[in-house]
Write a protein that binds this ligand. Structure first.
Ligand SMILES: [Zn+2]
Length: 75
């Protein structure tokens, strides 16, 4: 199984808790360490379709899709 483990956290897009979130690097900071925010699957899906989405992000979101499917099947 390659889905990995879910990472619960706060989604910065809809502003609430989610059972699985992905780290999305979208905040550009000139000289700082750079920022990362987390997004849940429904919020992250459109991000993966963006032209500037990284391969890493797409892979992370694919893994989230797998976990979501497994979670659904487990019910
Ligand atoms: Zn969200």
């Amino acid at each position: 199984m390659s889905a990995g483990e879910a990472r619960p956290g706060h989604c910065s897009w809809h502003g609430g808790f989610s059972w699985d979130v992905v780290l999305v690097h979208v905040i550009e900071q000139g000289s700082g360490p750079g920022g990362g925010v987390y997004a849940c699957l429904p919020c992250a899906r459109p991000l993966a379709k963006r032209r500037d989405a990284s391969d890493f992000l797409r892979e992370q979101i694919e893994a989230m899709e797998d976990r979501a499917a497994l979670r659904k099947a487990a019910r």
